[in-house]
Each structure stands twice: as structure tokens, then as C-alpha cells.
Write a protein that binds this ligand. Structure first.
Ligand code: ATP
Ligand code: MG
Length: 259
């Protein structure tokens, strides 16, 4: 098993074939890096270059190194061990089986304990509003439930050293909890996000434009303080959302509107 402690992205070209802003970016174990940029700017493409261990063979012409070296063939082919897990933007379960059967099968292929499927469902249910039941068919899960299940599956069963997350905020799940769950100690995490709280939780953010990397911004101390403040506002909004969703009045939270 390859221990992945460092990923290098060697720059390629943008959509007009102009070279990218940097020659190389190193991302180390334990780091959470954001990816920001407008629609169509190439964020998902960067994520998938990393997932596929691009070798100048994708439209961006980027090359990915693992621990400073060319990834070996085994890692490139190895979809089963999932050393690099992606939570993708558009995901659907196609398998026609129940939640618990799917998790059992996955846990078994990873040599995990027999209580793992139940733990995975419990964890997923911390992230969603409507709980997922073990004997539901995968295909009837809602968008948010599917995402929550994938997050828990990646965190608990795959336990991959590299986690790539494409826009967690559209999923209607508790995004900060999800990020925390996925960014276990020593992992490399890349997260595409438009969300200020998530973006400022990262140590650096890669800025995309026209298919290319145009900047890398380090999160400053002031931004970190803003993040703490925004996070409280976000918690408040989440509470309001939950109350409205469950058909209650929000008048009781009126006093807390000033920050
Ligand atoms: N460097 C590049 N060279 C050529 N084509 C590119 C490059 N980067 C991205 N593209 C193409 O541009 C299109 C948009 O890219 P992508 O889906 O990665 O954008 P995105 O930032 O994820 O957008 P969204 O915010 O809508 O999800 C895709 O068709 C992709 O193949
Ligand atoms: Mg995208």
C-alpha cells in the first residue's frame, strides 16, 4: 500500500493554451486546500486530474506526482483500494440494492469490522435531516441522503489518505460537519467551494480561471477571525433553516439576530 504524504500538481495550460500561473504546487498530508473560481473555470477538471493521476494526457496537460515521484502503475489502476476518493458533484447510486447490503459489501472488501455498516449509517444520519434507514433501496435516497451516505462511506469505510470534494454545499447536508469528518488527521483534502466558511477553513485556496490556476491565496489571520464569526452566523442560519423545514415558527430566535 502506498502511503501518500505529498501530492504535486505540475502546471499545464488553460483553455487558451496559456501556461498556468505556477510550475508546481505541493500539497502535504494534513492539509486542507480550497479550490475557488467561477462556473466553468475548471475546478472539477483539476479535481479529476488528481483523481486520475493525470500524466499530461488530459485537456489541461497537468501532471500529478505522488510523494514527489511518478505514481506507479499499481496506484493508477487501483480503483478498489481507493487511495484517492472523490466525492463528485453529480453522483447517483446505480446499484439496485439496500443501503446495508451495499455497505456490508464495501466493508467486507476493505476488511472492516462487521459493525461498520451500522456505524456508517449512524454517521450519515448526523449529516442529514431525514434519516436513512438500513433497509432502504439505494436508488430511492434523496440527493442529500446519497451525499451524506457517500461522505460517511468515504470517512469510515474507504478511509482514503486523499479526499477530493466537489461542492459539498449544494448537497443540503451539514457541510462543516462533513468536512470535519472527511478531513481526518493526516489526510490530504481538496475541496471545491463557493462557501465563505468552508473556503476560509482551508489553509490555502487555489484560484481557477478559464481552465487554469491563476493564483494561490494563503488564508490570513484576519480571514481566520472572520471565519469564526461567519461560522456563528452560519450556525444561526442552519438553526433557522431546520426550524422552517420542520414547519415551526422562528420568532423565538429573533433576539439572536444581532452579531
Ligand atoms: N485547462 C483546460 N483546458 C481545456 N479545457 C478545460 C480546461 N479546464 C477545464 N476545461 C473544460 O472546461 C469545461 C468546464 O470545466 P469544469 O467542469 O472543470 O468547470 P467547473 O469550475 O467545475 O464548473 P462548475 O462550477 O460549473 O462546476 C469542461 O468541459 C472542461 O473539460
Ligand atoms: Mg464543477
Amino acid at each position: 500500500m502506498t502511503d501518500i504524504s505529498d501530492i504535486t500538481v505540475l502546471g499545464g495550460v488553460d483553455k487558451d493554451y496559456n501556461p498556468e500561473f505556477i510550475d508546481e504546487i505541493h500539497i502535504r498530508a494534513g492539509e486542507i486546500v480550497g479550490i475557488v473560481g467561477p462556473t466553468g473555470s475548471g475546478k472539477s477538471t483539476l479535481i479529476s486530474d488528481i483523481e486520475q493521476l493525470a500524466d499530461r494526457d488530459t485537456p489541461s496537460r497537468r501532471k500529478i506526482l505522488i510523494n514527489g515521484e511518478e505514481p506507479d502503475q499499481g496506484l493508477r489502476m487501483d480503483t478498489k483500494k481507493k487511495r484517492i476518493a472523490q466525492l463528485s458533484q453529480n453522483m447517483r447510486f446505480l446499484a439496485d440494492m439496500t443501503v446495508v447490503d451495499f455497505l456490508r459489501m464495501h466493508a467486507k472488501s476493505r476488511g472492516k469490522n462487521s459493525d461498520t455498516p451500522e456505524r456508517t449509517i449512524e454517521t450519515a444520519n448526523l449529516l442529514t435531516g431525514e434519516p436513512i434507514s438500513a433497509d432502504s433501496q439505494l436508488t430511492i435516497l434523496s440527493g442529500g441522503q446519497s451525499r451524506a451516505l457517500m461522505v460517511a462511506d468515504i470517512a469510515i469505510i474507504s478511509d482514503s489518505p486523499v479526499v477530493l470534494i466537489d461542492e459539498i454545499e449544494n448537497a443540503g447536508i451539514r457541510k462543516r460537519d462533513a468536512l470535519e469528518l472527511l478531513s481526518g488527521k493526516g489526510k490530504i483534502v481538496l475541496v471545491v467551494t463557493h462557501d465563505p466558511v468552508l473556503a476560509l477553513t482551508t489553509e490555502r485556496r487555489i484560484v481557477m480561471k478559464n481552465g487554469g490556476i491563476t493564483d494561490i491565496i494563503e488564508t490570513t489571520d484576519v480571514e481566520r477571525q472572520m471565519c469564526a464569526h461567519l461560522s456563528r452566523m452560519d450556525g444561526y442560519l442552519m438553526e433557522l433553516r431546520d426550524m422552517i423545514r420542520s414547519g415551526r415558527s422562528v420568532e423565538g430566535l429573533h433576539q439572536r439576530l444581532s452579531f
